[in-house]
Design a protein around this ligand. Structure first.
Ligand code: ADP
Length: 476
């Protein structure tokens, strides 16, 4: 699973913060407990000295204990015992001890032989946690062990409270930090999102666009500069290529024209053997096809370098259509295809020869791809600020997968059929460019087996709200 950068940044941020807080929290808990226990130990030292002094002075050990300043301690919080060297409890105070010795024989041995021992253990019937100090105690030549113990209830309570506070406060703080991190990541990535949007609209036919440089001269600023420098290079290379195609197709037209006229001269010769005639006719067709492709390439190259040079003027669309149909009628008749025209007259703002080229291409395609006996119909229509025509046929139709690519360069929906018809896949791409350059629209609708309909919409002449641009423009 690949999460967006924004989510990943936030997760990393919250994860890192959680790790730091957990380590710091654990350290605090350990330090707090150690500090409090050290305080208890200090307190036990003082108490042991006090009790020892009291015991030295009095004869009743137990009374001395209970009457000493220890009484001020909360009940059950403190316990003291005097244990004989043999392990008997000589006197005792404090609840948890009862009459059981608070230290086991091993501890007693260590105290008698080596000195004071401190430890934390569970004492009394409730097995409460106590901090214990056992020291050697000498009285009247008898050696015993003085044991003082203090409950760790208050220490444990303080630690518990801090733990609880951390358990509640940390998730809340992390949630807050997560929200803040999410917003920060969004803010930090906003320029990236803007650059992505700008880069998305840069395509081969809009190569002159550039990514706006962010105000800050930071990493993103440098990225935008790098991308723009890359676009400069690509634009230069594409322009070089377009110029090459334009020059090459221009240069190749002349020799092809010479070949064509020479073939025509030879074909007119009555002495030409039949086999040579057939070969020449076939070569002539190929030369014709190559010239058409070259013409198309030249037109596209001119469109690409913005040298289409449209001369727009009010033109009668119905008259242009009638002219085109007149030229194509013999081809339709030869294929036994009915050519029909219907609709209203309309005046559009267009470059006459270029618009004628578009209409010819659409009607020619309809005739080309319709089987003998079919019908090609041209319907003229007029809208509020545009007028146009729809060329429909009873041909094979176009598949839904092919439909979106029809206007791409060199695209042929059915390559075999198109090639057999002399097609190169450039006609519709050129039509689209020409129509778009006029500020018009060109689109197709079709269903497999149910014929196709190609529609053209052009700005009407005399529409003040609409001025046809002279150069190529982007898609609708
Ligand atoms: P071509 O020179 O191959 O005809 P076009 O650009 O004019 O190139 O058309 C592109 C493709 O669109 C054609 O190869 C063909 O498959 C499909 N096409 C165009 N017009 C029609 C139509 N009227 N009926 C069916 N298919 C069509």
């Amino acid at each position: 699973m690949s999460l967006p950068i924004r989510a990943r940044l936030t997760l990393w941020y919250v994860g890192l913060l959680a790790a730091i807080v957990v380590v710091v929290g654990a350290f605090l808990l350990v330090r707090l407990q150690a500090g409090l226990v050290a305080g208890v130990d200090q307190n036990l030292d003082d108490r042991a000295n006090e009790v020892a002094a009291d015991l030295q002075g009095g004869d009743q050990v137990f009374e001395s204990l209970t009457s000493s300043s220890l009484r001020a301690l909360p009940r059950g919080a403190f316990a003291a015992q005097v244990v004989s060297a043999g392990g008997d409890v000589l006197s005792s105070t404090g609840d948890p001890t009862a009459r059981q010795p608070m230290i086991d024989p091993r501890v007693r041995e260590v105290v008698l032989r080596r000195g004071p021992v401190r430890f934390t253990g569970r004492l009394g019937p409730e097995r409460a946690r106590f901090r214990v100090l056992a020291v050697r105690f000498q009285q009247d030549r008898a050696t015993s062990v003085l044991v003082v113990a203090r409950s760790l209830v208050d220490v444990d309570e303080s630690v518990r409270r801090l733990r609880l506070l951390l358990l509640v406060a940390v998730p809340v703080a992390l949630a807050g930090a997560g929200g803040g991190g999410w917003l920060l990541a969004r803010k930090a990535l906003l320029p990236v999102a803007r650059m992505t949007r700008q880069a998305e609209v840069i395509s081969a036919d809009r190569l002159q666009r550039r990514i706006a440089l962010p105000r800050a001269r930071d990493e993103l600023g440098r990225l935008a500069e790098t991308l723009n420098a890359m676009l400069d290079r690509i634009e230069r290379e594409v322009q070089d290529q377009q110029r090459l195609v334009a020059d090459a197709s221009h240069e190749l037209r002349t020799p092809l024209a010479v070949m064509r006229s020479e073939i025509d001269v030879w074909l007119r010769s009555p002495s030409l053997p039949e086999q040579a005639r057939e070969a020449l006719e076939s070569v002539g067709e190929e030369v014709e096809r190559t010239s058409r492709i070259l013409d198309n390439l030249l037109t596209l190259a001119r469109i690409d370098v913005g040298r289409l040079g449209l001369l727009c003027a009010p033109r009668q669309l119905d008259e242009l259509v009638a002219e085109v149909l007149g030229k194509l009628r013999p081809i339709a008749r030869a294929k036994r295809i009915a050519l029909e025209v219907d609709g209203d007259a309309a005046e559009v703002l267009a470059d006459g020869p270029r618009l004628e080229q578009v209409i010819t291409n659409l009607v020619d395609n309809a005739i080309k791809y319709t089987s003998p006996g079919g019908t090609v119909r041209v319907l003229l229509w007029r809208g509020r600020d545009e007028a146009g025509m729809t060329v429909s046929d009873t041909g094979p139709g176009i598949s839904p997968e092919a439909l979106p690519h029809l206007f791409d360069r060199f695209y042929r929906a059915d390559a075999a059929r198109s090639r057999s018809q002399g097609g190169s896949g450039l006609g519709l791409a050129i039509c689209k460019e020409i129509v778009t350059a006029h500020g018009g629209r060109l689109w197709a609708a079709s269903r497999l087996g149910a014929g196709s309909a190609f529609s053209l919409a052009m700005p009407v002449a005399g529409d003040p709200g609409r001025v046809a641009p002279a150069g190529p423009a982007g898609g609708p």
